[in-house]
Design a protein around this ligand. Structure first.
Ligand SMILES: [Cu+2]
Length: 405
């Protein structure tokens, strides 16, 4: 079977091309034109602009004269990545010297239901099959050594841009993998904080892949762990990892969500929907209700949860209804955390961490407090907390009852 970047267009085999991301750009342009002839002049215009982006994103190779990295003093460890909203096993305070943290991610293009109620679905482009991709956790000074694999069953090339890394477009220039290829990228985590990573194959394929789920977060902890503004240690009992995903799902003339046979088939329709900049959905962890009901996050009164929120494409305003952000790192872990926040800010293309210790049992809603997005577009998760109610903090003194005017 021939694998295509876009249906009827171009084989993804590297044999057929010289430069990977130019192919993506060319495919993007040809794809849009081929699949939607009446729109082709506009698409050419768009791609003329974005071609500058993919030219800048041409695959690079490391300078052969560069000195080999000195890896003495590093210990190798493997990190087993897990699906969101969970976090991989890790130390909050690093023990021993710096490490080379080996991780493996496989790209997976899979059909996912976005909203069971109205049949909205997407051929999601993912790292390890989930939206968002898995949370990676290392310490400042560690090396991340990623093996990125693109299975032969894929339709598209993929790569990865780590905002936490330095050089080569965040690694994007060194990691273009075609179906059947793998690569290994090693980079040093020099900036402590939470950071987005995302696919960026070139041209319009960049927002196409990112808005199809191909993004996630890495947390680079200070070696001695998180601290408050006075330098006192801050520790958490668990992590809740929220990936907020804006989707732009094409609809037919009746207003019903369109369905497609294979990944990439929605390319021209999606680009048109994306151009309006109004998402049809903004959801946590891939689908409406993914983190409510059965999928709700569990905690106990007295437990401290670190909420890591990734949004690779769009601003967001997380709010924990019924609780607070006791400590919020909107920027870097080198900055003192903001304290006692009601709502905090995620700049599109970044990840933030917020810490809260639960004081009352019950259901807390973690929402994007643009409430149109939180309620109508899907950006709501639940944290179900068990424990003893504290009347000193809140009490229903009189239950709702009728009264005499
Ligand atoms: Cu991709």
């Amino acid at each position: 079977m021939t694998k295509l970047i876009n249906p009827g267009l171009m084989k993804t085999s590297r044999r057929n091309v010289l430069r990977g991301s130019m192919l993506a750009g060319a495919a993007a342009m040809t794809g849009a034109a081929a699949m939607s002839a009446p729109r082709s002049p506009k698409m050419h215009g768009i791609n003329a602009t974005s071609s500058r982006l993919y030219r800048a994103a041409d695959p690079q190779s490391a300078d052969s004269n560069a000195k080999p990295a000195d890896l003495s003093g590093y210990t190798r460890v493997k990190q087993e990545l897990v699906a969101p909203p969970f976090a991989p096993a890790h130390e909050q305070v690093a023990t021993g010297g710096p490490k080379i943290v080996e991780i493996t991610m496989e790209t997976e293009e899979r059909l996912m239901v976005v909203d069971e109620d109205n049949g909205a679905s997407v051929w999601a482009l993912t790292y390890n099959g989930s939206v968002p991709g898995p949370l990676i956790i290392v310490h400042e000074g560690d090396m991340v050594e990623l093996t990125l694999r693109n299975p032969t069953s894929s339709m598209m090339e993929h790569n990865i841009d780590f905002h936490a890394s330095t050089g080569a477009l965040g690694g994007g220039g060194l990691t273009h993998v075609y179906p059947g290829e793998e690569c290994v990228l090693r980079w040093k985590a020099t900036k402590p904080g939470c950071f987005t990573y995302h696919c960026a194959p070139g041209g319009d394929m960049i927002p196409y892949h990112v808005t199809h789920g191909m993004n996630g977060a890495i947390m680079v902890l200070p070696r001695d762990g998180l601290k408050d503004k006075d330098g006192n240690p801050l520790r958490y009992d668990r992590i809740a990892y929220f990936g907020e995903q804006d989707y732009y799902l094409p609809k037919d003339e009746n207003g019903d969500y369109k369905t497609y046979e294979a990944a990439g088939d929605d390319y021209a329709d999606s680009l048109e929907a994306m151009r309006g900049l109004i998402p049809t959905h903004s959801v946590f962890n891939g689908a409406v209700g993914a983190l409510t009901g059965e999928g709700a996050i569990k905690a106990n009164v007295g437990e401290t949860v670190l909420m890591v929120h990734n949004q690779a494409n769009r601003d967001s305003r997380p709010h924990l209804i019924g609780g607070h952000g006791n400590y919020v790192w909107e920027s870097s872990f080198t900055d003192a955390p903001l304290q006692d926040m009601e709502t905090w800010f995620v700049r599109g293309g970044s990840a933030v961490a917020a810490m809260y210790t639960f004081e009352q049992p019950g259901v807390y809603a973690y929402v994007n407090h643009n409430l149109i997005e939180g309620v109508m577009l899907g950006a709501t998760a639940h944290v179900v907390v068990e424990g003893q109610w504290d009347n000193a903090l809140m009490e229903q003194v009189v239950a709702p009852r009728s009264f005499e005017a």
